[in-house]
Design a binder for this molecule. Structure first.
Ligand SMILES: Nc1ncnc2c1ncn2[C@@H]1O[C@H](COP(=O)(O)OP(=O)(O)OP(=O)(O)O)[C@@H](O)[C@H]1O
Length: 256
């Protein structure tokens, strides 16, 4: 496996708060890498730096061997890096199909809010993407009428419509009813694996992490405290005590 995204010595502070204090991390092509850690540890900040929304005060980020520091979010998307947000960024008054068609059109360099809906080819491709996510029955629904699980999937479907090679997802299951969580993640994992997309996801649900991550990176105070396969990291006594909030020997949701 080759390195797809590589961060070296990333630093950023907000006032006295060090959100990244020397982050070194390689994301390998084809893997699903989970980022876990306490609130405010700097997980979203890492995604923001890797996608051009924030510029680190020091360090390097390369994608497919190319320096992407200083590039705009749109330039980075064009290289094949997409993201989804903790709060889905859908156009709430548009239908699911219209939202997805807008993403297809944006990939083709068409940014008008109306043109995508007039072009059958954008519409057809949007339907095909929604079908892969099992969202075709909801294609005609307005985005603000969706439940949280469907809203998250629709948001990720928009990101996939950009045909990324790397997708960074900020808490893909937050706000999703616990009964729906595994279904949502199973769907998105299936689509991403079928499309050969490498994925990085910030996640607080350890059952989801244990089931879907190939590797887990543990963030703590702007640094990576642990990195490895879930069965190793989620059973590490320090990680269990400091991040998962349970001591060794207690009943847990960590990987067996
Ligand atoms: N643009 C910004 N300006 C000022 N402070 C910021 C900014 N972005 C992040 N922070 C602060 O940096 C710290 C790390 O934030 P970040 O959102 O990366 O944490 P996180 O690990 O994703 O947390 P959570 O799990 O709660 O989402 C927080 O204290 C946050 O308030």
């Amino acid at each position: 496996m080759s390195v797809l995204l590589s961060a070296r010595g990333l630093r950023i502070a907000f006032g006295g708060l060090k959100a990244a204090d020397g982050i070194d991390l390689d994301v390998m092509e084809g893997e699903f890498l989970a980022i876990i850690g306490p609130n405010g540890a700097g997980k979203t900040t890492f995604i923001n730096m890797a996608t051009g929304y924030l510029k680190p005060q020091a360090g390097q980020i390369t994608y497919a061997g190319r320096n992407i520091l200083g590039m705009t979010p749109r330039q980075i998307v064009r290289l094949g890096v997409a993201r989804s947000f903790q709060l889905p960024q859908l156009f709430t008054e548009h239908t699911v199909l219209e939202n997805t068609a807008l993403a297809v059109a944006a990939r083709e360099g068409v940014w008008s809010p109306f043109a995508p809906l007039l072009r059958p080819r954008f519409r057809r491709e949007a339907e095909e993407v929604l079908d892969r996510f099992g969202l075709l029955p909801l294609a005609g629904q307005r985005a603000d009428g969706l439940n949280e699980g469907a809203r998250k999937l629709a948001d990720i479907a928009m990101a996939v419509a950009l045909r990324p090679r790397l997708l960074l997802m900020d808490e893909p299951t937050s706000g999703v009813a616990s009964a729906d969580k595994m279904g949502v993640v199973e769907t998105l994992a299936r689509v991403l694996r079928q499309s050969g997309v490498t994925a990085v996801f910030v996640e607080h649900d350890m059952d989801v992490v244990a089931r879907f991550a190939d590797r887990v990176a543990v963030w703590g105070q702007g640094r990576i405290m642990a990195l490895g396969p879930p069965e190793q990291v989620l059973n590490d006594p320090d990680v269990r005590r400091d991040v998962i909030g349970i001591g060794p020997g207690e009943a847990s949701h960590a990987a067996a």
